[in-house]
Design a protein around this ligand. Sequence first.
Ligand SMILES: CC(C)(COP(=O)(O)OP(=O)(O)OC[C@H]1O[C@@H](n2cnc3c(N)ncnc32)[C@H](O)[C@@H]1OP(=O)(O)O)[C@@H](O)C(=O)NCCC(=O)NCCS
Length: 218
Amino acid sequence: MSDSARHVALSAAMERMAPPGIRLGCRLIREGDEALLLPEEASALRARRPAARRASGAARALARHLLKNEGMADAIIGRSATGAPLWPPGVIGSLAHDDEMAVAAIARAADVPSVGIDVEPADPLPDDITALVFHDGDAVGGVEPMLSGRTLFSAKEAVYKAVHPLDGEILGYEHIRVDFARGRAVTTTGHGIRLFFCLHPRVVVLAVSTEDQPSSIL
Ligand SMILES: CC(C)(COP(=O)(O)OP(=O)(O)OC[C@H]1O[C@@H](n2cnc3c(N)ncnc32)[C@H](O)[C@@H]1OP(=O)(O)O)[C@@H](O)C(=O)NCCC(=O)NCCS
């Protein structure tokens, strides 16, 4: 499959998985994408390696495009001291990138408390990493067995991104329980999460915090 066919296929898969009120998108990471960082964003990311700045540039250009579609032009997406993206007032969101693809999720803060997103290649997770990620209580039924470890890993990363900005707690894999069949996750710190995911052409997991339940989607 060509780069552009993979992009089209992932866009369609993410459109199907997106719950109401949350905008999702993906963008191939290309040479020179670091130039897409606005000056304020570039200064927050100056210390990073070129490949990481390129991926962050692709993710921020994508998120800016999603925000523009919601009527917010030229938004600056900064970076907090803990690494979380900083959104314009009234917006929440999340970014992720693997070696080839950047993904983003945005929503109105009035509708959704917090989101986290992750993207991974649709390849089996090595057994030694699966052993670190999987804990008693994780239920991976309902996900293609070859990709269950990879999807569990991605779900826990997405959950971490959704909940860390809420309370600053550093969580390990053992602090998050996932149930794919129910589309739910919980943390030992008391957060409830809804999960939305696709497996092909890449694994993408969206985690949506259910606290305060301000939205009809929760
Ligand atoms: C947040 C974290 C999970 C990101 O994972 P990653 O594989 O390095 O990178 P990803 O491409 O998936 O995501 C990167 C994006 O996550 C976002 N991010 C980073 N730290 C974040 C945080 N504390 N809260 C929310 N989002 C965060 C950023 O937008 C970042 O992109 P940017 O640097 O271009 O702005 C990881 O860096 C981390 O902090 N881990 C510590 C805790 C942990 O790993 N626990 C085990 C898993 S539960």
